[in-house]
Write a protein that binds this ligand. Structure first.
Ligand code: CDP
Length: 788
């Protein structure tokens, strides 16, 4: 896209430095834990060592004897106000504090309120809880067996652990295609539980001002308005009306979906503040964050792909078991319990597809959050990209050629997928070609053949993913009934500077910069003169928040639409100032001039001043606009990634030697920020591919509950990412932009997994589940006769 503004104005396409960084790099950000209020109390939480147990007794006497400890709050206390259970985002229910039993290890059992964080922690350690262990269900398959103990005994009519069955697509057509298929491949794929592990853990400061009857909560939330409404709906009966609730999301140190749900700690802190009239702070520690907050993935997938002998894909059939832990607290749009998993036909022109998902309860923390992905898209992409690779290898066709043959072609857009999505635009072949040229694909294949002769294990893996981001459209997407639009409100001050507020909330993505750039593009006001604010429900227009890469597709579009409303009014003011007809004016970013007389012009700053000092008779003063944007469709960013790995036959270690990532997110607002998003996203894709997993032993003890066991990659493990782009604008987005925040996390794991299998295919290895750890590879090599 050609630049329309100067570097000083800094509109779209300029790599301007992030406006928020001066405060971050000086340690001057304001995170929740930086909020300190006079008389503030502290909350710490007693957590269960058992994964499933009756609570026989809670003895708080030793805890309350500790100086500074004021109270121990239990489920019984909250039950008096009917606040011991709360709704989840998927209309299930989840305990705030238990009355009868605990359902997973590290579940909240009681909370200690104290005058200091240390006293609260000492108090939590001194609370004595008597438990009676119950049988534990860890495996979702066993959970659905007829003799499995029923976990949700609170649901009177529930006779099993099955949450829901959901299916999509044409079963008959798919079965017919499989019946007629010349070649099929079938694979079980497990995508394990992982955790977002953001740098900042979750927490809040709740302050109920008894004089003004107003609750202010500073909290780590990606969706402050939705939280305000949920609080009002859940706690309206104890007097919390929505206009008396203010949620402030200050600076957030990474959200990645993990800060969308409401956690019990928030609710207990609010209850404690309402009861005491004092501010109450609750901040999780790292282990609490890893062990008890919502998890991602945990999909047990059985996939089948059908093709003709000539290499034309024909059908996809998937059955999935989703482990949701003890409550379905996934942050999915209401209509879609399995999120957007049905984008699983990916970048391929499949004529028939059918997908089934069943949700199961187990004795684990609630799962199903959209970890840096648009509601289960990572699971979908991993499945289709593994299956396509499997089919290519099975047919003996190069995986790149195979993809090229089966891609949805540029002329097929807008493309209706077999599972009902309408892809807006794409050019998959161009991205893959560019990735192949960048990495030197043909030469790498020659090198691989040479190395194979010498017994060396080198693999090349491709992932040509399609993402689906930007929920709304509100006709399909809502969360707890709240339609998924988003908003922008702009006010231009008399001196031509501006403030713009949004319903989204940055957690490190750079919104203060990129939203200002959108407005600079549309209005010609320098980005440096535009202040962007998000995250305060008392000031920002209502929005559904930031997750699922929806900010640019939805709120970014709202910014453009609101700016265009301002431009319309500015035209009328300019016409008045220039004594010309509005239709005789020509707009270029930053000024209106008279057609044919370019010297007769008024800048946007002059127009802004006139809006308050010399506006036309009959026109309202001021220069402001608001837009609540409901996108007509989602946006479909895509990319092609190629990864080269070398396997160490002695240790089973996977070394990522090269990784080329070609991304396409349509028109780009800030290329530097997009590259940063992709770098971070790629590392977050490497993480589950090679390192991260949260598993449980048969008693439900969490494995991976600290950073000793949960292997977060650092700069040392991270390879050099080689990035590039193609640009295929979205035809329906006002700026032609698509989201990008999640693409790399979604696309990367399959490229790595495909490379590892490619390195061992000739030995007979067909699949390896992520994370691909050295012991897993070593065992595979041993089982296939390779020892060193
Ligand atoms: O919703 P979230 O902010 O996580 O995701 P996004 O909309 O994909 O945006 C991530 C960051 O990349 C934001 O700062 C965007 O403005 C920026 N971006 C961009 O500069 N150009 C695009 N086409 C897409 C995103």
């Amino acid at each position: 896209m050609a630049l329309r503004t100067s570097a000083e104005v800094g509109g779209m396409g300029h790599s301007i430095k992030r406006k928020e960084d001066p405060r971050f790099i000086r340690g001057k950000g304001t995170y929740v834990d930086d909020v300190v209020l006079p008389g503030m109390l502290y909350l710490d939480i007693v957590r269960s060592p058992y994964a499933h147990a009756l609570i026989k007794k809670i003895d708080a006497s030793k805890a309350t004897a500790i100086p500074g400890v004021l109270a121990v709050i239990t489920g019984q206390d909250l039950a008096k106000y009917n606040l011991h259970w709360m709704p989840t985002l998927m209309s299930d229910t989840q305990m705030v504090l238990p009355v009868e039993k605990v359902m997973y290890q590290a579940q909240e059992v009681a909370a200690v309120l104290a005058t200091s964080r240390y006293a609260a922690a000492d108090g939590a350690a001194a609370v004595e809880v008597e438990y009676e262990a119950l049988p534990v269900v860890v495996d979702p398959k066993k959970s659905l067996e007829p003799d499995a103990p029923v976990l949700r005994t609170d649901k009177k009519d529930k006779k099993d652990n099955h949450i829901w069955h959901w299916e999509w697509g044409d079963r008959a057509a798919t079965d017919k295609a499989f019946g007629e298929a010349e070649v099929t491949v079938k694979q079980d794929i497990y995508i394990p539980r992982i955790h977002v592990a953001s740098i900042e853990t979750c927490g809040c400061v709740a302050h109920f001002d008894k004089v003004n009857d107003k609750l202010t909560v500073w909290m780590t939330t990606q969706a402050p308005h939705a939280i305000r409404t949920v609080f009002a709906l859940v706690a309206g009966h104890v007097g919390l009306a929505e206009h008396k609730i203010r949620i402030i999301s200050p600076d957030i140190g990474g959200g990645f979906g993990g800060k969308v749900p409401v956690y019990p700690g928030y609710v207990i802190a609010v209850a404690a503040s309402v009861l005491t009239g004092k501010p109450v702070k609750w901040i999780e520690d790292r282990m609490e964050n890893l062990q008890a907050d919502s998890f991602a993935r945990d999909y047990h997938i059985a996939a089948e792909l059908a093709a003709r002998k000539d290499g034309t894909l024909t059908a996809l059939r998937i059955k999935t078991l989703a482990d949701h832990g003890y409550a379905d607290a996934a942050a999915n749009p209401s209509k879609f319990p399995a999120g957007l998993f049905h984008v699983c036909t990916g970048s391929y022109d499949l004529k028939a597809a059918h997908v089934e998902v069943d949700g199961a309860y187990t004795n684990k923390p609630p799962g199903g959050i959209a970890y840096r992905c648009s509601f289960r898209v990572t699971e979908a992409v991993h499945t289709i990209e593994r299956m396509v690779d499997l089919m290519a290898h099975q047919l003996g066709v190069d995986p790149a050629d195979f993809r090229m043959k089966n891609f949805v072609k540029p002329e097929q857009f807008p493309y209706k997928s077999a599972l009902g999505w309408e892809y807006d635009s794409g050019n998959y072949g161009a991205a893959l070609h560019k990735a192949m040229d960048t990495i030197g694909y043909a030469e790498l294949r020659r090198e691989q053949a040479e190395k194979r002769k010498r017994g060396e294990l080198m693999g090349i893996g491709i992932s040509s993913f399609t993402e689906i981001v930007g929920a709304g459209p509100s006709k399909h997407f809502d969360i707890l009934g709240l339609k998924m639009f988003d908003s922008c409100e702009i006010r231009i001050h008399p001196t031509g500077k501006a403030i713009a507020r949004f319903g989204t909330k940055s957690q490190g993505q750079g919104h203060e910069t990129t939203y200002a750039q959108i407005l600079a593009e549309e209005l010609g006001i320098p980005a440096a003169d535009i202040q962007v604010e998000e995250g305060d429900t008392d000031t920002a227009p209502y929005g559904l928040g930031t997750y699922a890469s929806r900010s640019t597709p939805v709120a970014g579009a709202a910014a453009a639409v609101a700016a265009r409303k301002i431009q319309d009014k500015a035209r009328k003011i300019a016409a008045h100032l220039l004594e010309a007809a509005p239709e005789d004016l020509v707009w270029e970013p930053g000024k209106f001039s008279v057609k044919g007389a370019p010297d007769r012009a008024k800048t946007i700053q002059e127009i802004a001043f006139a809006a308050y000092t010399n506006h036309p008779q009959g026109m309202e003063a001021g220069l402001e606009a608001v837009s609540y944007y409901d996108p007509p469709n989602l946006t479909y960013p895509f990319g092609s990634y190629i990864c080269v790995v070398d396997l160490d036959k002695g240790t089973g270690e996977v070394k990522v030697r090269r990784f080329v990532a070609i991304d396409d997110c349509g028109n780009i607002i800030n290329p530097m920020i997009v590259e940063g998003q992709i770098h971070g996203g790629l590392t977050m894709g490497l993480a589950p591919a090679l390192y991260e997993e949260i598993s449980y032993d048969e008693l439900g003890n969490v494995q991976g509950g600290s950073f000793i066991d949960y292997l977060l990659p650092t700069a040392v493990e991270t390879p050099k990412w080689e990035t590039g782009k193609t640009v295929t604008p979205s035809p329906h987005h006002p700026l032609g932009a698509k989201g990008v925040g999640e693409s790399a996390t979604v696309g990367a794991p399959a490229a790595i997994a495909n490379a590892v299998v490619d390195a061992m295919w000739h030995l007979g290895v067909r699949h390896v589940d992520i994370p691909i750890t050295p012991p897993k590879v070593w065992r595979l090599l041993r089982d296939h006769g390779v020892t060193e």
